[in-house]
Design a protein around this ligand. Sequence first.
Ligand SMILES: Nc1nc2c(ncn2[C@@H]2O[C@H](COP(=O)(O)OP(=O)(O)O)[C@@H](O)[C@H]2O)c(=O)[nH]1
Ligand SMILES: [Mg+2]
Length: 395
Amino acid sequence: MIVKRYVVQEMPEAIAKIRKDLGKNAIIISTKKIKTRGFLGFFGRTAFEVIAAAEEEEKKANDHFKGGQAFTESVQEEAIRMKKPEAFSARGGTERHEEGQVEPEKERLLQEVQQLRSMFQSFLLAEPSGVPAVARRMQKTLLANGVDESFALRLIHKGMQHIDDIENMSEQAFREVVQAIIQNEMGGRLAPSPITGDSRVVSIIGPTGVGKTTTIAKLAAHQVLHERKKVGLITSDTYRIAAVEQLKTYADILNIPLEIVYTPDDCVQALQKFSEKDLILMDTAGRNYTQKMPVAELHPLLHAIDPDEIYLVLSLTSKTSDLETIIANFCEIKIDKLLFTKLDETSTYGAMYNLVQKFQLPASYATTGQNVPDDIEVLTPESIAKLIVGENQYV
Ligand SMILES: Nc1nc2c(ncn2[C@@H]2O[C@H](COP(=O)(O)OP(=O)(O)O)[C@@H](O)[C@H]2O)c(=O)[nH]1
Ligand SMILES: [Mg+2]
């Protein structure tokens, strides 16, 4: 990390010098108005003191914007990879370390990320005069929408780097730039996807009351009515009598069978009964998955069902920190996709972006109300990006 101090008469002069010395990815840490002393203390003038910093790597890659950006991103990504449970990193990854035993190299990277983060913060928050108003407003929107501070800063930073003339850019135009960046990040490997044609057995898991059963009813209705599939339902939610009745009601309306399972053996038998079905949706009991124990209790049943896909249902009305704890607790279970519910009951959607990025798990559907079967939609990179930048709302 190189840190330099500049004293200049005008800010543009500083920017030009910083770019030349430290490269395009240099960061302004602070700007301060100072008085310079003139001849014998007279004729003092107002000037600016600018402190800027850059990674050494970036300096070497001076003027190679892409190289510099890739470096910053690789550090970020490394940090994210470190935070997420190993089971998610590469299904069956072998790298294991005892809790709290972080490798020195990783520790160094983590520290650097934290440094960069606080530098961005001072850049964007403490010295607003150095940041174009459109970028500041976008940052506020992202934070108000629940996007993690570090992710918001990264998005703004990326957005500003994609633009030559940000001073003359409209708020709407900058929002579209950030939207496009999010859309891109939420695409590819992380692109949301619905139940695919080759998935035959799908298990739905998640905390209490998030809308698992209602969502299964919506999904089943769609598959029966639109996809013309032969659907069977299984539920292991025998915890509450009402839960079985709730799903049975939907099964009756759709005229599809429901099997209730208590043990792994029941699961095997249910699957045999449904051998003719195109799609089997399995409901499970909601438990307090902020604790590890209830997660472990799911194991035997899921093992017996051996689903093609597991969807973890999360309500956007929950606190992001709790959602993170829940996903982390599921590290022993191979979750395939996240499914977000109750978008109609919140005006902050940032958690969708945070969780997909942090845990590198794609989203799938979003549910937007209690009506069965209508209040559900398949998410897309575009629909998520629009929600995140405040272009779209459900409430
Ligand atoms: N507002 C809103 N309510 C929902 C949504 N999905 C489910 N619910 C309601 O949340 C409550 C719990 O749903 P349920 O399917 O029983 O949750 P489960 O315990 O996870 O199976 C019910 O009152 C549902 O009508 C949604 O997308 N929006
Ligand atoms: Mg239920």
